[in-house]
Every structure is written in structure tokens, then in C-alpha cells.
Design a protein around this ligand. Structure first.
Ligand code: ADP
Ligand code: MG
Length: 704
């Protein structure tokens, strides 16, 4: 495990001490802390609580009345009594228990979390926190946090206690003690990162005070102030990194100027089999503007699924070729790379543009030949997978790099495809609509073009969320449409069903369908464990209409384009994220027939059900992205990691949207020009933070 990078510079020797040497830790506990990624005293200081046990509202169950009317979070302590787990017919469960204290009793309830039962030992004393609700005559809390109290432990009212991540063998009380002692003895040794006057202007707490308060807040206000300081700093550091990256690109890099003259523009557009939509037109104009300058283009093309990003990329690539430069297009999967090759070759069959494909699976001799042609400029357009990033891949004159489905790569690989001399222009495409806040936070260094419209004639997809008793009816409809000549997909969340509580896997589903409702049709299977040639053969058969139905995992999620496919069944719908469902739906919204999608799902809770309903309620991916963001934050789908940045330690883009605005504005001012404050000595320590955390991922060459 690599050493964690902490919010600090040049630790004093005491801060750099290995944990085993700290009296509060000792050699037995140190390895457990190491497992949590903690190696030094400094790491412990910045090991922020994952949550708090808020006993500032600790009360007797009999006194719950007042607090509850305000829907506040409260805590009670008591003894567990009457634990009961009921299984319902459809695989759901209700777990209930009663907690008693001297004054009264409280019922605590979990839906579909049978494993929580292990925590509820009859007769044990617990501290329970949650929002109480009067249910009939009894107080009830749904999904509270529960902690078992030691015999000698009495929670005291008024205290807010940190809750840390644990690892096996480490107890909460233990880590609390350890962190407390380290904070008490060492928090004062930290060097401040933000100058005092800068903090004063923004009412930000000093580092040491904020550290003490984030671990041991005296009240909710302290916690808010401490958190604000760290969130601000974290967001500021990222925004500075993005601002510097942008600055670098504009001041230190040069790309060839590749303007779109009227003649070139007409020549390129003649190759397309259709008219561009207004959105596509605008995007190509923006791109042509960028590429006409010697500043390297650094543009994100965000487009709804099926909005026609490929042709926009094609335009940009042909613009490079028109000026005698090469262009590269990188796709996340081989299936998709081949699809691009096919589409582009079709459009270019009357032209002299030379196009080829590079993938990881190529025979060595073929590969060598191709690389030689690439280096001498005999290939104009190179399409490929991540194999393009290999160091041996050398271009003769690379003018443009297009990265398709950026979110699938997980890293910001823009930097890697560079060459000696001039830099290429970059166009990055993503089909996951991104909420505005996230775009701003994570792509602040890029210009953005958006395709909102879908090409003309595109039909709606009727989306249904269904339960198991509607299966028969659905398959009747599905097969009727197949007989009318349409094709369909059946999507399962995984390849095989190795666990009982999971929905069927692709293989089992396939068996069931070919021996059941789809018996009269030609059905194939497609999943990630197959070899490339198998997958390619299956895709070809499907594309040509020889097979009617593909039973697949979400490998079909990305980019596959078969206009005649208009039917889709998704199994285990609760296991897919909203963006992923939307991507899948995009597969059946490609031609001139309306699409029909049924999602079979067993949502585990109300929020999951609402998400599915939102999905069925709109076809607008941008709207869905906002819904998803509101409902569960950017974590899973739109998190930093997916976009190739290290995860946030404390910031939460949804909760902290306002601070993000502030940090972004501040960052832009701080690096506005070469004399800007950021380059003065008082910010040296902040600057170091920025480079340590983002220097490598965002390829920030040192500035001044
Ligand atoms: P995505 O944005 O998801 O990558 P594609 O580029 O694959 O979408 O385009 C989806 C489909 O729409 C393709 O079949 C493409 O040929 C078609 N298409 C794109 N632009 C237009 C247009 N302006 N008019 C008609 N069809 C178009
Ligand atoms: Mg695409």
C-alpha cells in the first residue's frame, strides 16, 4: 500500500513518526492501522471521522416527544429485547427489535438488512441514534445506527463522538483513544497551509483548531466550521490544479493550427450520409474554432446516448487530415473500436483517407507493419483501444486525439499520447450526462460542447418498471415484436448466478429463455468472458439480423449501434446505476421504430424505487443525471475516481456545491497571471499541496 498523501508539507520528525513508535499505539495495533492506510502520526491526524455519534441530543425514551416533533436526530441508550426477523414472500425481510430504558420502549426496524441481526444481542446495552417517529402508541426508528456499549460505558449527554472506519481487530473505542492522544499532542505542530489574512477574509478556521474540532467537536457549530475549513481546502486544491493545467495548456503548449476553411468544411460534410443536427453543427463549429488556433484544443463533448457524437469526432479528425495531419480515436472496448472503424470506413470509401485499427489482440507481425506505416505517415486515421497508449506507438504528425466514452477509461489519459514537437488537439467524449456541479468541479480545465438533441426521426422508448407477475404478458409482447421483424436484448447484471439471492445470470437466463418464451427465435449470448473473436462473430450475426435476441451483460452498454434492435428486458434492475440503465436504454433508441424496455426489479428501499421511477419517467439523460445526483450524490457514477482523479477525502459535491463555487472563483483569481498571489512565497505551502496531490494525474508541469 502506498503511503497516504496528507494535507500537509514537510512534516516535523514527530509528525513523521511511524505509528508503532507512538506510545498511544504500540507495535500490536500499528499493523491494524497500516491496513487502514495509516502509517505515520500525520496520517492519524488526517484520518477524518466517517460519521459522528451525536449525543448532543441524548435523551430518555420516555422524553422523546419534544425532539421528535422537529424530526431531529436523537440518541437513546437502553437494553435490547425481543429481536425478530421476518422473511416476506418476495425475498424481502423486516428486522425488528425493542430497546428499553427505565422510562419506556422504542422499536427499531430494518428493511431488507437481515445481517443487522448479528448486531442485536438480546440483553446487551446499546446506544441508538436516528430520527424517531410515533407509530401507533410506540416510538419507532427506521435504520438507526446502533453501537453496543461496554459494561463500564455510560454515554454522556452533550457529547459528539467521532466514528472512524475500522478494520478487523480494531475497536471504535481504541481508535478514538489513539486519535485523541495524537491530536492532543501533535495538532499544534502542523504548519498552516492557507495564509492568515486569506483565511480571515473567508472566515476559515486555522488548521490546528479545525483538526481538533473535526475529531472532537464541542458542538454542532464547531463541527460545521471545522468541516468547512477542510472541504474548502480540498476543493481549492483541486480547482487550483485544474486552473494551472488550463494555464499550462494555454501558455506552454503549441498545437498546429488546423482551420476549417469553407472548402474543407464542405468537402468533409459531403462525406456524411445525413445532415448534421443544429447541436452537431454548433459542436463542429466550436471544435473548428479551437483547432484553428495554435493553442491545443481541450474540449469535452458531452452528448446524450445516441445523440451522434461519432460524426462530430469524424469531422474533427477529417479536419486534421485535410491539413496533412494524423488523427487517433481511442475507444474503451474492442467491439466499439471495430464499430467505429466500420462506420468511418463506410463514410470514407470514396475518399483517399487511409484508416486502420490497432488493438491489443493483434498478431505481432501485423502490428509491426502497422506501426511502421503510422510512423511514416501512411496511415491518416488510427482507431484503437488503449493499445494506442503504448509507448511504441509513434505518429508521424499527430494533429488530433479523440477519446470516446471517457468515463470508461477511469484515467485522464490525455497526457500520454504526446509527441515530440507540437502537441495534438484533444477532444474527449462522454455519453454520461454530467450534472453541472460535477462538470465544474472535475472538468474545470476543459471547454464543453453539448449535444442535447437526438437526430431527427428518433423514436421514444417506452419504459416500464415491472414485477415478476407481469413476465408472461411482457414476453408475449416481446415475441410479437420479434415476429414483426424487430430485434431485442436481454440484459442481466452478471454472467452466472453463483449466489442464491441474486437474480439469474446470463447463462441461466439464456437457458431459460431458449427453452421458454424465446424458443422459436435465434438467440445468442454475449458477455465479457468471451474471446474477442467470439464476441465479434456474435455481434456480426446480430447486426446482420441473423440472430434475433442477444442475452448479455452490460457489455452492450457502451456505444453499440444496431438500429433494428428496439426491445430490451433488463433483469435485476436494482443492481444497475441510473446512468447505466440510461446507457442500456440508449441501445434501443437508434432507429426509426419506437423502443420498448421493461425493467424487472426488486428495489430494496424507497429511494431505489424512486430512482427507477425517475428513470421510467424521462428520456432526458441530463435530467436523470441531476436526479441521480440529488438522490444519492455523485459517489458511484460520477465520482472523482471514475474520472481519473483521487477520491475526495471530505468534500461532497452535492452538499458542498456553494463552497465549490467559492473555491473555484478563488482558484481562478489566485492563478490569474504570472504575478498572481499563488506564485508568492506565502502560498508556497499550498502550492506544494496542489502539486503533490494532482501533479502526476493532471500532468502539471511545474510553473515558476
Ligand atoms: P453516440 O452519441 O451515442 O455515440 P452515435 O454517434 O453512435 O451516437 O450515433 C447514433 C446513431 O445516430 C448512428 O446510427 C448515427 O449514424 C445516427 N446519426 C448521427 N447523427 C445523425 C444525424 N444528424 N442525422 C441522422 N442520423 C444521425
Ligand atoms: Mg458513441
Amino acid at each position: 500500500m502506498t503511503k497516504k498523501d496528507n494535507g500537509h508539507n514537510q512534516p516535523t520528525t514527530r509528525l513523521a513518526q511511524p505509528l508503532g513508535q507512538l506510545p498511544a499505539v504500540g507495535p500490536r495495533v500499528a499493523p491494524l492501522l497500516n491496513k487502514l492506510g495509516l502509517h505515520t502520526a500525520l496520517d492519524l491526524l488526517f484520518f477524518f471521522p466517517r460519521d459522528y455519534e451525536d449525543c448532543s441530543e441524548l435523551c430518555a425514551i420516555g422524553d422523546l416527544d419534544d425532539a421528535a416533533t422537529e424530526h431531529r436526530q436523537v440518541s437513546v441508550s437502553g437494553t435490547i429485547d425481543e429481536v425478530e426477523l421476518r422473511s416476506l414472500s418476495n425475498g424481502r425481510s423486516v428486522l425488528g427489535a425493542v430497546v428499553r430504558d427505565d422510562s419506556s420502549a422504542l422499536r427499531i426496524v430494518w428493511f431488507n438488512q437481515p445481517f443487522m441481526m448479528n448486531r442485536l444481542v438480546r440483553g446487551s446495552r446499546v446506544l441508538v441514534s436516528g430520527k424517531p417517529r410515533l407509530s401507533g402508541l410506540r416510538w419507532e426508528m427506521t435504520h438507526p445506527t446502533v453501537r453496543t456499549l461496554r459494561d463500564d460505558e455510560t454515554p454522556s449527554a452533550g457529547e459528539i463522538r467521532p466514528v472512524y472506519h475500522l478494520t478487523e481487530g480494531l475497536r471504535q473505542t481504541q481508535i478514538r483513544q489513539i486519535v485523541r492522544s495524537v491530536v492532543e499532542s501533535l495538532a499544534g505542530e502542523l504548519e498552516e497551509v492557507l495564509p492568515a489574512s486569506y483565511r480571515a477574509d473567508r472566515q476559515l478556521w486555522g488548521l490546528s483548531d479545525a483538526l481538533r474540532a473535526i475529531h472532537h467537536p464541542e458542538d454542532a457549530d464547531q463541527l460545521t466550521a471545522a468541516r468547512r475549513r477542510f472541504v474548502y481546502q480540498e476543493l481549492l486544491v483541486l480547482q487550483l490544479a485544474l486552473a494551472i493545467r488550463r494555464w499550462n495548456l494555454q501558455h506552454q503548449r503549441h498545437a498546429p493550427a488546423l482551420p476549417a476553411t469553407a472548402k474543407i468544411d464542405a468537402r468533409i460534410r459531403r462525406l456524411f450520409p445525413f445532415e448534421l443536427t443544429a447541436d452537431q453543427r454548433q459542436a463542429t463549429n466550436e471544435i473548428a474554432q479551437d483547432m484553428g488556433c495554435q493553442l491545443p484544443m481541450n474540449r469535452l463533448l458531452e452528448g446524450e446516448v445516441g445523440s451522434g457524437k461519432t460524426v462530430v469526432a469524424e469531422y474533427a479528425m477529417l479536419l486534421a487530415v485535410a491539413h496533412g495531419y494524423q488523427a487517433a480515436l481511442m475507444a474503451p472496448t474492442e467491439v466499439l473500436a471495430r464499430q467505429h472503424l466500420r462506420v468511418l470506413s463506410e463514410d470514407l470509401r470514396q475518399s483517399r483517407v487511409r484508416i486502420d485499427l490497432l488493438t491489443g489482440a493483434m498478431p505481432a507481425s501485423r502490428r509491426r507493419h502497422l506501426l511502421a506505416q503510422l510512423a511514416t505517415g501512411e496511415i491518416d486515421l488510427l482507431i484503437g483501444t488503449q493499445a494506442l497508449l503504448h509507448e511504441r506507438v509513434e505518429f508521424h504528425r499527430l494533429g488530433l486525439v479523440v477519446i470516446d466514452e471517457q468515463h470508461k477509461f477511469g484515467v485522464r489519459q490525455r497526457a500520454s499520447l504526446r509527441q515530440a514537437g507540437l502537441d495534438p488537439h484533444y477532444l474527449i467524449m462522454t455519453a454520461t450526462p454530467i450534472p453541472r456541479t460535477v462538470t465544474m468541479a472535475l472538468f474545470g480545465d476543459l471547454d464543453v460542447s453539448v449535444l442535447r438533441q437526438t437526430p431527427p426521426g428518433r423514436q421514444a422508448v417506452h419504459t416500464y418498471i415491472a414485477s415478476d407477475d407481469q413476465r408472461e404478458q411482457w414476453w408475449q409482447f416481446f415475441t410479437r415484436k420479434l415476429r414483426e421483424g424487430r430485434q431485442g436484448y436481454v440484459v442481466a447484471p452478471h454472467v452466472d448466478d453463483d449466489r442464491e439471492d441474486q437474480p439469474l445470470g446470463v447463462e441461466q437466463l439464456f437457458e431459460q429463455l431458449v427453452n421458454g418464451p424465446l424458443e422459436a427465435f435465434r438467440v445468442d449470448m454475449l458477455h465479457g468472458r468471451m474471446s474477442t473473436s467470439e464476441k465479434e462473430a456474435i455481434m456480426n450475426a446480430y447486426r446482420s439480423g441473423r440472430t434475433h435476441v442477444l442475452v448479455a451483460t452490460s457489455v452492450i452498454e457502451v456505444g453499440i449501434d444496431v438500429p433494428n434492435a428496439t426491445l430490451m428486458t433488463i433483469e435485476g434492475g436494482e443492481r444497475f446505476g441510473l446512468a447505466q440503465l440510461h446507457q442500456l436504454r440508449g441501445r434501443i433508441r437508434r432507429g426509426s421504430f419506437p423502443g420498448y424496455l421493461t425493467v424487472f426489479a426488486h428495489p430494496a428501499n424507497e429511494a431505489a424505487r424512486q430512482r427507477l421511477e425517475a428513470f421510467a419517467g424521462t428520456l432526458d439523460g441530463f435530467e436523470l443525471a441531476e436526479v441521480d445526483f440529488q438522490m444519492r450524490g455523485p459517489g458511484d457514477l460520477l465520482g472523482t475516481v471514475q474520472h481519473g482523479l483521487p477520491p475526495f477525502r471530505i468534500a461532497d459535491l452535492q452538499r458542498d456545491a456553494k463552497l465549490l463555487q467559492e473555491a473555484r472563483q478563488d482558484a481562478q483569481q489566485l492563478v490569474a497571471d504570472a504575478d498572481a498571489p499563488f506564485f508568492q512565497p506565502e502560498f508556497a505551502s499550498l502550492k506544494q499541496r496542489v502539486f503533490r496531490r494532482y501533479g502526476r494525474v493532471l500532468d502539471l508541469a511545474d510553473v515558476a
